[in-house]
Ligand binder design. Structure first.
Ligand code: SF4
Ligand code: SF4
Length: 147
């Protein structure tokens, strides 16, 4: 096909798709956020948060693997003498949601939060400590089997 033919076919295909969404019978693809919360995809991967055991304690044993794996070095783990994390902080303002810390954790103690409204008024508020990461983890619910 000539250059003009290719060009015309591409334009026609694009217009056909556009016209489909102009049809009054077609459901709108836009979402009314923030009035209505969008339905997140099954495998949505947000900020890594701490998962907990049935007794409510964090599964984390403070091995530090996630902190060593994070390419940005934004995780800090301070172990206690009971194989738990005395402190666990994550700088959410720099996290790129790559999920490498979640993947490396041998105890499945991290999971991606199913939330995206993380805006804050200062950088300090974006430093998530252990309590905040556990609270967000509980809000997020069960660890997905697809992780
Ligand atoms: S890799 Fe898992 S168990 Fe180890 S410090 Fe990180 S969250 Fe805790
Ligand atoms: S998701 Fe990636 S950037 Fe964010 S804390 Fe984990 S390893 Fe670091």
């Amino acid at each position: 096909m000539s250059g003009f033919g290719n060009w015309f076919t591409s334009i026609a295909k694009g217009l056909k798709l556009t016209m489909r969404y102009w049809s009054p019978l077609e459901k709108p693809v836009t979402e009314k956020y923030p009035e209505e919360m969008p339905k997140l995809p099954e495998r949505y991967r947000g900020l890594p948060v701490l998962d907990t055991k049935p007794d409510g304690e964090a599964k984390c044993v403070a091995c530090g693997a996630c902190a060593r794996m994070c390419p940005l070095g934004i995780i800090t783990v301070v172990p206690s003498d009971k194989k738990t994390a005395k402190e666990f902080t994550l700088d959410a303002s720099r996290c790129m949601f790559c999920g490498m810390c979640v993947d490396i954790c041998p105890f499945k103690a991290l999971k991606p939060a199913r939330v995206f409204e993380l805006a804050a008024g200062s950088r300090e508020e974006m430093i998530y400590d252990k309590e905040k990461l556990i609270a967000l983890g509980k809000e997020t619910g069960e660890r997905s089997n697809t992780i």
